[in-house]
Design a binder for this molecule. Structure first.
Ligand code: AKB
Length: 320
């Protein structure tokens, strides 16, 4: 039987991953946790919810023991743009939460899922069709944490036999919880701008291609990898996964097809510009497809239909 702890359940991915896992494994078998449960109180209505700091190893371990957890999904991270404002804090949080997850998992015989990111790559990485195994020399603290995390997770697997698995997520686009402090956040914010004001100012320059993915595909990626037959996994930490790649004027055009009066201009953020220029245009995710059947369902067109529908309904009800 699976008993899963989601650490960082109040974040962009955690807030949708927790209900998704509860639908599959049962409400009482998925424990949500966050450093501050005020914003994610509703997760406590359907199943267990615990408030603790992932850097507090003692409390973290107590929760794992209390619920007899056998899989930890560590979703704690400061994202790329926020990380550049305070690199020491980003290292402390991102690596601290991972190290605690690995050590507590080892002690309690749990599996560990941790998302890595396209941020693990850097300017010397091949930008087009980025291979699974290639040069990784990131120039952000976020990326340095992601590469270190991938290596540490593989080390725990090879040295101690700990079942660690992860994916390199692209920008994740969703309509439940807003992302915060990421370089790819514009691809979420643009939909809110389109519905609320019919306009949006883009912080990335025209022509910046980045991998992206709609949340339902991201949730399937987490579960499908964790359920994959370990004998078929040649890689573990981490798999390239992508669903689409576009640049700002393409997402603008997709919205204008549905809202012709929508307008977009640019006010380029130099930090986000530099970060996005160091990340791949699009990744080769064939290893994920071959080793555990990765097969995304959503593209720019279908995602745009759904995002505008859901955000439009929320706006009509006065929820945003
Ligand atoms: C960010 O932009 O920092 C994240 C990511 C791509 O990992 N969304």
């Amino acid at each position: 039987m699976k008993r899963i702890l989601v650490v960082g359940a109040g974040g962009q991915i955690g807030s949708e991953l927790t209900p998704h896992l509860r639908n599959i494994y049962g409400d009482s078998n998925v424990i949500a946790s966050d450093i501050n449960c005020c914003a994610c109180k509703q997760l406590g209505e359907a199943g267990p919810l615990e408030e603790f700091d992932a850097l507090d190893g003692k409390k973290f371990a107590e929760v794992v023991k209390k619920y007899k957890v056998d899989a930890i999904y560590n979703m704690v991270a400061l994202l790329s743009a926020t990380g550049e404002k305070n690199p020491q804090l980003a290292w402390k949080i991102n690596m601290g939460a991972l190290l605690n997850s690995l050590d507590i998992a080892l002690e309690n015989k749990c599996a560990v899922f941790t998302p890595s990111s396209i941020g693990a790559f850097g300017p010397s990485t091949p930008m087009d069709n980025t291979p699974q195994d290639t040069v990784m020399r990131p120039t952000t603290i976020y990326g340095v944490c992601k590469v270190s995390g991938e290596m540490l997770s593989d080390y725990y697997f090879q040295r101690f036999g700990l079942d660690t698995r992860s994916v390199r997520f692209p920008g994740i686009i969703s309509n439940v919880t807003l992302p915060g402090g990421g370089t790819t956040d514009y691809a979420v914010e643009i939909y809110y701008g389109a519905i609320k004001e019919k306009k949006f100012t883009c912080p990335l320059p025209q022509g910046t291609f980045l991998d992206m993915m709609y949340m339902p595909d991201a949730l399937n990626a987490c579960v499908d990898l964790m359920e994959a037959d370990p004998c078929k996994l040649v890689h573990r930490n981490s798999f390239n996964v992508s669903a689409m790649s576009f640049e700002p004027s393409q997402i603008m055009a997709a919205i204008q097809k549905r809202i012709p009066e929508f307008i977009m201009d640019y006010d380029v953020d130099p930090v986000k510009k530099a970060i996005s220029a160091s990340w791949p245009n699009y990744m080769d995710d064939s290893c994920a497809r071959e080793e555990w059947g990765w097969n995304p369902k959503w593209n720019l067109e279908t995602m745009t239909d759904d995002m505008l529908k859901v955000i439009g309904e929320k706006h009509a009800k006065g929820l945003i």
